[in-house]
Ligand binder design. Structure first.
Ligand SMILES: O=C(O)CCC(=O)C(=O)O
Ligand SMILES: [Fe+2]
Length: 208
């Protein structure tokens, strides 16, 4: 290592924790019915810039829905239940939870989300900050899309010797990582173009 090389902890892909079979098949099927019934309520997702939230197809293309209807409480309960273990596993500084922010996202053909950190893409809210990110993946069977891996980067960018890991979104897999970790969603291709063949996910941000 030359005296100018960054420490290995900064060039290795950031900490993440994966939980399989997080919701169970019944709840996954309920979620699929919910997104199908509410397809028309999905709208283009936003990112945050200096002026606030905006749609920016150069950075993020997907459809989102923030209304979970009667499913909200059951989902919140599942997410809240893993917070403490996630903080320990990811060696985060313990924090008091102010609220959960949740978003349903459909990545269809051509959708992606360029490299970002969630603390910067979140809604401006001077009372709370995103501390921990969780993403629950689901899709119909057989899976109707390709690509869409979640790429988790190191703190040092790849152009400066950093590394990354690609995570294939598994049906009913929850992936947790610190909200300040750089990550991206690689482009999705979906041959049928059907909404129900999308790469579905629930983003859940634990706000401190
Ligand atoms: O869907 C994913 O894998 C991650 C989505 C994401 O990074 C975000 O919405 O902030
Ligand atoms: Fe993100």
């Amino acid at each position: 290592m030359s005296p100018l090389s960054p420490p290995e902890a900064f060039t290795r892909p950031g900490a993440h924790w994966r939980i399989e079979h997080f919701l169970g098949n019944d709840l996954v099927e309920t979620l699929l019915s919910y997104v199908e019934a509410n397809q028309s309520a999905f709208v283009p997702t936003t990112v945050t810039n200096t002026k606030g939230m905006c749609v920016n197809p150069n950075k993020r293309v997907s459809l989102g829905l923030r209304d979970f209807g009667v499913l909200r409480d059951a989902l919140e309960e599942r997410f809240r239940a893993v917070m403490n273990e996630a903080v320990e596993t990811l060696r985060l500084k313990p924090f008091g939870l102010k609220r959960l922010e949740m978003e349903l996202v459909a990545h269809g053909d051509g959708a992606f989300f360029h490299t970002h950190i969630d603390t910067q893409t979140g809604a401006a809210d001077d009372k709370s900050f995103r501390a921990l990110s969780a993403v629950l993946y689901f899709h119909t069977l057989p899976k109707g899309y390709q690509g869409g891996e979640l790429r988790i980067h190191s703190l040092v960018p790849a152009t400066e010797g950093g590394r990354f890991i690609d995570i294939i979104p598994g049906r009913d897999t929850l992936l947790l990582f610190p909200a300040w970790l750089p990550h991206e969603v690689l482009p999705v291709s979906c041959d049928s173009g059907d909404f129900m063949d999308s790469r579905f996910a629930i983003n859940c941000w634990f706000r401190r």
